[in-house]
Ligand binder design. Structure first.
Ligand code: CS2
Length: 502
């Protein structure tokens, strides 16, 4: 039967006999959470934990899901009673789950005032974010709010509805301060170091750039009533493809336009610092810990940092997916080296983590072929992702007199994918990577005679990796050498050089 003739996903269309298909609440839960960023990650992570929490302990924790610009997911969810299927993909097969936690969904760009009202509503107790690294409109060069950004500037004038998330959040909190002023928690669920502190800093910078009276009013409200806990989030969630729509049609007998594929593994570690209560997320396995920074760094460096190396080196070697990349012996070796020798020394490992088991589990997760996690997906937005992954471990090794060869190789592979020199073709997977900095890097490549020139322009002049590495001459030169080797002799030779086998 073709999916077109199947009933659309709804509470009535759910088949019996699948224990994970929980959608059984008589009515949507009352909303207490406004979530910004209705993408796949939120729907396979926070929504699943919230579903478990609501099953264990009913409460006012329904989620109003807000997409930033795209109406596709919102329209599909509305046509499906706000339901969708999480397709959990293990090497042994599929498992399905239908979280039932959204109480509403809309598009911020279409209804900006509704968003500000939702943020200000007394019923809202938590605002959660999955807006990706680039959604925070911070300048990678300084880590501060990017006041050169046109949208940020326009949001600061207040003449038009806010377009950036930091602008929306700040304006929503301003409206809240002016209405009942009830306490609220802003919870970042993105891959940024100290993501709570980072978000708070950006909102405070926004507040501080407003006219004095407004700045004082918002800052006083932030001081007295708003908390910004940090959290470490982890689940590999690839993009949706028709394969999953067909799989659901075949196994479950309904049509779901917006299913979310995900690996079986999931982890969430949070600071327990909420201004107005929270769901019992521990019922879904979330961990409340006083070591969140250590967990964030562990994950950002060992998983995400190594992931970047797999993506860029893999793409240059012709690998469409992460499992294909890690399946190449020289890429696996480079990944193990960067992880153990260059990322691990910069970490203080959380008390309950056995780092060898963690590494073994990472490689198993990356080898999950069923996921089809694309190198072009992980390689996208490197200009904001690498900023979170590379500088601090690189700086620490350089300070002890060691050269982090594989970190330099990661940056070189990124530059080669984004800004190839002299008509070099980095291949289809590199070309498919999206990055707001691509045009600027391509322009730098056009005026660079060789890899060292390009690395200097990008890292020293453009501060691609922030201020500190901008003057790390030896690191920049090593990155430039790898750019040249990648162009001349390819990824295997570059990995051999990084390992000292050359
Ligand atoms: C990846 C992450 O795309 C990327 O940069 O490293 O999305 C990664 O899959 C998740 O953080 C896993 O939790």
């Amino acid at each position: 039967m073709s999916p077109v003739s199947l009933p659309r996903l709804s509470r009535r269309a759910l088949p019996g006999g699948f224990p994970g298909l929980t959608a059984g609440r008589p009515a949507p839960p009352p909303a207490g959470i406004v979530h910004l960023g209705l993408g796949n990650f939120h729907r396979a992570h926070q929504a699943v934990y919230t579903d478990a929490a609501l099953t264990a302990e009913p409460g006012p924790w329904g989620i109003i899901g807000v997409a930033s610009r795209s109406a596709a997911v919102v329209e599909a969810l509305r046509a499906q009673e706000l339901l969708y299927t999480v397709v959990q993909i293990a090497p042994e097969g599929y498992d399905f789950r239908v979280p039932d936690v959204h109480s509403d969904a809309f598009v911020a760009a279409d209804e900006p005032d509704r968003l500000l009202d939702a943020l200000a509503a007394p019923a809202t107790r938590i605002v959660t974010l999955t807006i990706t690294e680039r959604g925070y409109t911070y300048a990678p060069s300084t880590g501060a709010l990017d006041i050169e950004n046109d949208d940020v500037r326009s949001d600061l004038t207040g003449l038009t509805p806010p377009r950036t998330v930091i602008g929306q959040l700040s304006r929503g909190l301003q409206r809240r301060a002016r209405s009942d002023g009830a306490p609220v928690t802003v919870l970042s669920c993105d891959n940024l170091a100290e993501n709570g502190r980072h978000t708070e800093r950006l909102v405070r910078q926004f507040a501080g750039a407003l006219p004095t009276a407004e700045a004082d009013e918002l800052t006083a409200y932030l001081d007295s009533a708003v908390r910004f806990p940090s959290s470490m989030v982890d689940r590999i969630v690839p993009a949706t493809t028709d394969v999953y729509r067909a799989t659901i049609a075949e196994h479950l007998g309904y049509a779901d336009a917006v299913p979310v594929p995900a690996e079986p593994f999931s982890m969430w570690v949070l600071e327990d610092d909420f201004a107005a209560g929270r769901p019992a997320w521990e019922a879904g396995g979330a961990i409340f810990s006083d070591e969140v920074t250590a967990y964030e760094e562990l994950k950002l460096r060992l998983l995400n940092g190594t992931h970047s190396l797999l993506a860029y080196l893999g793409a240059l070697a012709g690998a469409a997916t992460i499992p294909e990349a890690v399946g190449a012996d020289f890429i696996e070796q480079a990944a193990r080296r960067v992880l153990r020798q260059e990322y691990l020394p910069s970490l203080s490992v959380p008390r309950d983590v056995d780092v060898e088991a963690y590494e073994a589990q990472l490689f198993t997760r990356w080898r999950n072929t069923g996921l089809g996690h694309r190198t072009s997906q992980v390689g996208s937005d490197g200009s904001t992702k690498l900023r979170q992954r590379i500088p601090e471990p690189a700086r620490q090794l350089l300070a002890t007199g060691s050269m982090p060869h594989h970190l330099a190789l990661t940056v070189a592979a990124y530059l080669t994918c984004m800004a190839p020199l002299d008509g070099f073709d980095p291949g289809p997977h590199a070309r498919a990577m999206q990055d707001p900095l691509r045009p600027e890097l391509a322009a730098l490549a056009a005026t660079s005679g060789d890899g060292i020139d390009l690395a200097r322009h990008a890292i020293a002049d453009r501060h691609l990796l922030g201020g500190e590495l901008a003057s790390a001459e030896a690191f920049i030169a090593r990155t430039g050498e790898f750019v040249d080797i990648l162009h001349r002799s390819g990824p295997r030779a570059a990995a051999g050089e990084a390992a000292g086998d050359a």
